[in-house]
Design a protein around this ligand. Structure first.
Ligand code: NOJ
Length: 534
């Protein structure tokens, strides 16, 4: 038995630090160039030492990997590229023994076109019960050559693909990801069964992919800007799905985190009602520019929207879909917007790193849980992927204008002097690692008191050992313009300077941690944050 951690309670998720593992790029145990479960198991001591409470794994199921595993062919099998189900079970148990809970990623909106249900639907033909599990329709126009409606894709390009017998099927993402028909009882039954399958294997939580997209207007009407209700986003009948899911999770003490991209705070909070999802990712905060006023509004808005439903906030700076924090904060436009992604946007890595360090202390001091995406603790920048190595469908479907998401998915550097920086000992990694990444390697950073990794290790240790972090109230303190200063319980203070001038610190007894050195007068330089004990 592991020593109990401060988070060894039923409501651990209310203030947990959750580390996101993208298995393909974390560590390659078998030397084939693709990260795998053996690699993760070997590196569990690293995660325990970092001080995280849980790990969220992006999909590890059987998949053609057209969309990095978000195209699932079998939700109950681990893809051979990653390992076996038995290994996943071992990994879940070994992590738990080190005090780390496991969160798996369920993809309910769509399956892979290689999923047996979709293959059967193709084979069975128009009008068959097999096709009812998906959205198959005849096309429009005299010869049915026009798609059934004009919905825009989440991945740019068409949302309908025609099959040889003339029918079309709906896919909000790529054609290899046909959307399931959530009005069909078998689809609901199947997913509740998949939840049980993983909860029975000891997982503590489930991340729900594209959680606001599942149910569709049965008439599949054309898209009208501003239509309310929307034909496929945030439809009311979705809450019924999540209420049933919650009942399943409650049997096992499991928790949910929803991927809910919704601009409307009130609509977002509905997913977090006590009988629905426990938590959802805070994309308002993730996309927010590095500006004091905007960040403060995002924080206040988040806390205000969560309070009435009693759900804890989550704080997220990046993930496997978005530009890495260090790069984004080093640009002229520090916000994130999928539609604005372009090749060659200039970034100042030193400025971005300084801000990312400050942002780490900011997020870890806020009330709620925090997500850390693998490599964020190393301060990895977004990598430029040579055109001929890009794999992400988002790039191809944008007709090459969007660089895609591979730049934040590059295999991690573990050892500065090793081949492939110690990611694996065999074949070249599936995405190329920049030649300049030795300085980001875990071994190099472990030995450097000024590194990003050392900052994260210290911050996570303090977050566990000191009072005042996690759940609880936040009170803003008077502060100079563009300086964020707030108090947490037990006299814990956090000050973040987003102005261009050094800022004086409030009275305090002890400085717990600073994201960078104070100036000679003991003031907080621009783009720097501190934790104080008042
Ligand atoms: C959101 C996931 O995070 C992303 O990586 C994926 O491409 C889409 N959902 C589709 O599953």
């Amino acid at each position: 038995m592991a020593a109990p951690t401060p988070h060894d309670t039923d409501d651990w998720w209310r203030d947990a630090v959750i580390y996101q593992v993208y298995p393909r790029s974390f560590a390659d145990g078998d030397g084939d160039g693709t990260g795998d479960l053996a690699g993760v198991r070997a590196r569990l001591p690293y995660l325990a030492d970092l001080g995280v409470d849980a790990v969220w794994f992006t999909p590890w199921y059987l998949s053609p990997l057209v969309d990095g595993g978000y195209d699932v062919a079998d939700y109950r099998t681990v893809d051979p590229a990653f390992g076996t189900l038995a290994e996943a079970e071992k990994l879940i148990a070994e992590a738990r023994a080190l005090g780390i809970r496991t969160i798996v990623d369920i993809v309910p909106n769509h399956v892979s076109d290689q999923h047996p249900w979709f293959r059967a639907a193709l084979a069975a033909g128009p009008g068959s019960p097999e096709r009812e599990l998906f959205h198959f329709r005849p096309g429009r126009g005299p010869d049915g050559a026009r798609p059934p409606n004009d919905w825009p894709s989440q991945f740019s390009g068409a949302t309908w693909t025609r099959v040889p017998d003339g029918e079309w099927y709906l896919h909000l993402f790529s054609p290899e990801q046909p959307d399931l028909n959530w009005a069909h009882p078998a689809v609901r039954r199947e997913h509740e069964d998949i939840l049980r399958f993983w909860f029975e294997r000891g997982v503590a939580g489930v991340r729900i992919d594209s959680a606001a997209l599942l149910t569709k207007d049965p008439a599949l009407p054309d898209f009208v800007e501003g239509a309310d209700p929307h034909p496929y986003i945030d439809r009311d009948d979705l809450h019924d799905v999540y209420r049933s899911w919650r009942a399943v999770a409650d049997e096992y003490g499991g928790v949910f985190v929803g991927e809910v991209w919704l601009p409307d705070a009130e609509r977002f909070a509905r997913y977090l009602r006590p009988d629905e999802l426990h938590t959802a990712f805070n994309f308002t905060f993730l996309t927010c520019p590095w500006e004091a006023g905007r960040l403060r509004r995002a924080i206040d808005g988040t806390l205000a929207e969560h309070a009435p439903v009693g759900a804890p906030a989550t704080w997220v700076l990046c993930n496997h879909d978005v530009t890495r924090t260090v790069t984004r904060y080093g640009r002229a436009d520090t916000g994130f917007d999928f539609a604005a992604k372009r090749f060659g946007t200039p970034a100042d890595p030193e400025l971005g790193t300084r801000r990312a360090r400050a942002a780490a202390l900011l997020t870890l001091a806020l009330p709620g849980s925090v997500y850390v995406y693998q490599g964020e603790e190393l301060g990895l920048p977004e990598a430029d992927i040579p055109l001929d190595r890009i794999q992400d469908p988002m790039h191809f479907r944008s007709r090459g204008t969007d660089p895609g998401r591979d730049g934040c998915r590059v295999p991690l550097p573990w050892e500065a002097g090793a081949r492939w920086y110690g990611f694996g000992a065999g074949d070249e990694p599936w995405l190329p690692q920049p030649a300049t990444w030795a300085s980001y390697a875990v071994d190099r950073q472990s030995a450097d008191p000024g590194s990003m990794l050392t900052l994260y290790r210290r911050a996570l240790r303090l977050r566990r050992s000191e009072d005042g972090f996690g759940d609880g109230p936040l009170t803003w303190l008077p502060a100079p313009r563009d300086v964020l200063a707030f108090a947490r319980p037990h006299g814990l203070l956090c000050v973040v300077n987003l102005s261009g001038e050094p800022a004086g610190l409030p009275p305090h007894e002890r400085l717990l941690l600073a994201s960078g050195p104070l100036d000679a007068e003991g003031r907080l330089p621009p783009d720097t944050a501190v934790w104080l004990r008042g």
